[in-house]
Design a protein around this ligand. Sequence first.
Ligand code: SAH
Ligand code: SF4
Ligand code: F3S
Length: 473
Amino acid sequence: MTQKLYIETVGCQMNMLDSELVVAALRRQGYELVDSAKRADTILFNTCSVREHAEEKIYSALGRLKHAKRHNPDKVIGVLGCMAQNHQKIVFQRAPYVDLVVGPGQLHQVPQLIEDVRAGRGPQLEVSLERQAGSRDSVADSFESYDPLRSPEMRPSPYQAFVRIQIGCDKFCTYCIVPKVRGPEQGRRPEEIYAEARQLADEGCREITLLGQTVNSYSYRDDRGTTRLADLLYQLSDIAGLDRLKFVTNYPRDMTDDLLDAVSSLPKVSHYLHVPAQSGSDAILRRMKRGYTVDQYREMMARIREAIPDAAVTSDFIVGFCGETDADFAATVELVEACRFKNSFIFKYSERPGTKGAERLADDVPEEVKRRRNNELLAVQNAICQEDNEARIGVQVEVLVEGVSKSAAKREDDAPQVQLTGRDHWDRIVVFQGGRRLIGRFVPVTIYDANAHTLFGEVVTDHVGPEVYSLSV
Ligand code: SAH
Ligand code: SF4
Ligand code: F3S
């Protein structure tokens, strides 16, 4: 009988990629993916530790499985990813019916570990070394990058894929758990990256997003010299069939001119840069150990604007970090207004045990102040989003069509024209009516309306480009 697998994923793109790869490995062993935990024999959670809320969400989901497991002890329940690495045995203490706990550096072992559980070998724990547990090399070796062969049917869309170019992080921002749970920063071999991108393109993938926690710090040294992110972009641009390249997440200090030149001169690279600022106050940035001042961030923005005048830049901010005053927060608002980000992801500071922030700094901004600042900054950013999106009305853009929009997918109508969704060269979401055959293609769309987060358009049919003759639009 085929085993039925259910997986729930939280966290960043790195986790989405890891889940895709774990599912692919298990499907190769005959597992069938189902969309409810109830129907599954194996239930996996791929977890995140970046904020407390992400962890609590998983413990509540585990709590809801307690009864199911009692009635059906053969169900295998697994906790994978960052919280597995962070909490290790604590997961078994808080949810004793969990069968396996597997860190992000050990995912290649998941199929075998499930078999071990089924063979009656008891709960399985596989995690990487703690950062202080040995030499840098031995800790790094214990975090294995998980990059098995890809198969297009495992991805949400066969036309888009993530490709890992780097694992881990060495920046140690004082609030952040990632260096602990993802281990030392390690660049992947350029030849491997190229081969994976090439294979993806051969299988019909048109867009690749390169992933790394500090993707622009990517560096790989061998006897032929050092390869940086800019070099990778030039190399990958040669791949026929691959038409769009993106990369996340950037670290402000490593936003070098050669990288900006590559983005500006390579037509396949999106004019979209995610470069989190985190705060607009020097005192806070210092306490966060981000390694730059507000002036340096602004200077970097000026260089981006000069090299790529139409660049869409997005940011992350943490509000209510230790000791953040009204004046610090006002400086953050000022930075958002000055930079006019395409979007900002805003988070309330969540103290993470095991970080320098938790050890040395008091989490002293009251929750309601955090909430108020979060809402205020969100409102400032949303107003910018709305204005900038409205300025796109009347413009024609090339959209890579990703699929049927969420609301249309829910209705499941099989009309010839459905609401489609995709993204333009600046990573803006564009929604428009069209035939399903447009999915996976680049389509010219004229924007006629906009809200803060979506552009609404219609397909240009008067001068159809070479891509689009045979369309049912
Ligand atoms: N590697 C990326 C981001 C990693 S986590 C980078 O360096 O930018 C994604 C975002 O979560 C961060 O940019 C930060 O804004 C937020 N974040 C990280 N730790 C947090 C914490 N303890 N509390 C609240 N937000 C946090
Ligand atoms: Fe965390 Fe800082 Fe590394 Fe980003 S750069 S993952 S915020 S430690
Ligand atoms: Fe979360 Fe791990 Fe990503 S902590 S943000 S899933 S690297």
